[in-house]
Write a protein that binds this ligand. Structure first.
Ligand code: CMX
Length: 435
């Protein structure tokens, strides 16, 4: 057994036993109540699932296994002389709850390189699609095309004990994560660079190799990708992509079916697609105003015009957070350290000054602060990566780390098929006493 798998097996076996005791001794205990508001309003904050890889506090933001983003930047291994954490380290942490050593992370980079071969039929499937197919659609289809390789599906068909589900789930997850950068880079190069593909560099780390295959041969861009792949990986279990992964996986669908579903959720403009919407909105502002150095008054007017048209300000607001997103702050810090005098970055910072005040004045927006998507596009554009309708694929590649770790835990703990209760509006009317 490989070292990560061995550790995962030990830890998950112990937790599974504890969970069994909790269920036996406390199964009847109430842990939440649901209001009508929550039921109609998208189940906000209803405590209804287990997700150990990360946890989201409304004020403080995300913690991965207890560590916040600045701590991860200090503690997770990096490339020699690198300043940003390696996403491999975060995956290790999410899987087993321990900060890995540099040696552990080197092993994982090499292991993912070893598993990274993508079957030709996956590329052939992509080639059957028009090149103007949205990159997220291509991504989701390519993930499904890999389903034929699912070890979990094969073992299930052969007949497998419940106690063994975690093992092929681990193998499928490791294989899929290893292959995603190659597939995602292929989609980018076929869509925007005339299918002028760049061969993988199997000696590189996972995020660096992805950056290289995208075609950006720049050390700062590699560092940005390592940071990007780390901070987008997980945001506890209730967000739409993670919850989709958990729900689809709960039917014992394998990792490919589950992750393709998760990516279809991420592709919505209220979720991951917001990162393309932000930069599109900023580009439209620049075009409308005829300048890339707008005054604060011009920006304020543009925000108000957007709201007057009944649209949301992309990149602002959050279903859980009530403070600036630490993932936004981490990207701002990256820009302050690495980027000087960039007009689009400046616009993002001006928006940070103005939007919260404008949204706050509406009196209905629960969180007027920026989320993760408010900054990422400006950083990418700075390095020449302007094809914004690809941006959600970057988010998706990163998100695989968290949701795959989550799914491995789901199967190891033997979590159940999800099946909440729905009610009809007639039931609701009777319940509230309406005729
Ligand atoms: N601009 C304008 N209005 C906003 C707003 C924004 N950025 N954020 C919230 N509102 C509005 C809502 O549309 C809602 O209006 P109505 O009552 O008229 O329907 C009201 O404020 C209350 O909403 P809320 O409780 O504050 O926010 P929700 O939990 O319902 O929604 C979110 C959260 C993210 C969907 C919302 O803030 C939004 O649409 N933001 C813009 C899109 C975005 O950036 N999404 C990315 C989120 C991060 C991610 O998941 O990737």
């Amino acid at each position: 057994m490989d070292p990560l798998k061995e550790k995962f097996y030990q830890k998950s076996t112990a937790l599974k036993a504890e969970l069994k005791t909790i269920l036996k001794d406390h199964g009847e205990k109430k842990l939440d109540e649901v209001t009508v508001d929550q039921m109609i309003g998208g189940m906000r904050s209803v405590k209804s699932m287990i997700w150990d890889t990360s946890s989201l506090d409304p004020e403080e933001g995300i913690r991965f296994r207890g560590y916040n983003i600045p701590q991860l930047r200090e503690l997770l291994p990096r490339v020699p002389n690198g300043k940003e954490p390696l996403p491999e380290g975060l995956f290790w942490l999410m899987m087993v709850g321990e900060i890995p050593s540099t040696e552990d992370v080197r092993w994982l980079s090499a292991e993912w390189s070893r598993r990274s071969h993508v079957a030709q039929h996956v590329f052939d499937t992509l080639e059957a699609l028009p090149t103007d197919t949205h990159p997220m659609t291509q991504f989701s289809i390519a993930v499904l095309a890999m389903q034929a390789d699912s070890i979990f599906a094969q073992k299930y068909e052969e007949g497998m004990s419940k106690n063994d589900y975690w093992d092929p789930m681990y193998e499928d997850s490791m294989n899929m994560i290893a292959r995603l950068p190659r597939i995602a880079a292929y989609i980018y190069r076929r869509t925007f660079h005339n299918s002028n593909h760049i061969a993988p560099d199997l000696d590189m780390d996972w995020g660096g190799n992805y950056a290289k295959m995208l075609g950006y041969d720049n050390r700062d861009f590699y560092a940005l990708m390592r940071l990007y792949m780390t901070i987008h990986a997980d945001h506890e279990g209730g967000n739409a992509s993670a919850h989709t992964m958990h729900l689809v996986g709960s039917t014992l669908s394998d990792v490919y079916y589950s992750f393709s579903g998760a990516m279809n959720a991420l592709a919505g403009p209220l979720h991951g697609l917001a990162n393309q919407e932000v930069i599109k909105w900023i580009f439209e502002m620049i075009e409308e105003l005829g300048t890339n150095t707008p005054t604060k008054d011009q920006i304020r007017k543009y925000i108000n015009d957007t709201l007057a048209e009944g649209k949301v300000v992309p990149g602002y607001g959050h279903a859980v957070l009530r403070q600036p997103d630490p993932r936004f702050v981490a990207q701002k810090r990256f820009a302050e350290e690495n980027i000087k005098n960039d007009p689009i970055v400046q616009i993002v910072w001006d928006l940070f000054e103005i939007v919260p005040e404008v949204l706050g004045a509406l009196g209905k927006v629960k969180n007027p602060w920026p989320n993760v998507d408010a900054h990422s596009g400006a950083l990418l554009v700075h390095y020449g990566f302007k094809e914004y309708n690809y941006y959600t694929v970057l988010f998706g590649v990163s998100r695989a780390l968290g949701v795959c770790a989550g799914l491995c835990w789901d199967r190891a703990l033997g979590l159940s098929l999800e099946r909440p209760k729905s009610v009809t509006t007639d039931w609701l009317k009777k319940f509230v006493g309406m005729n």
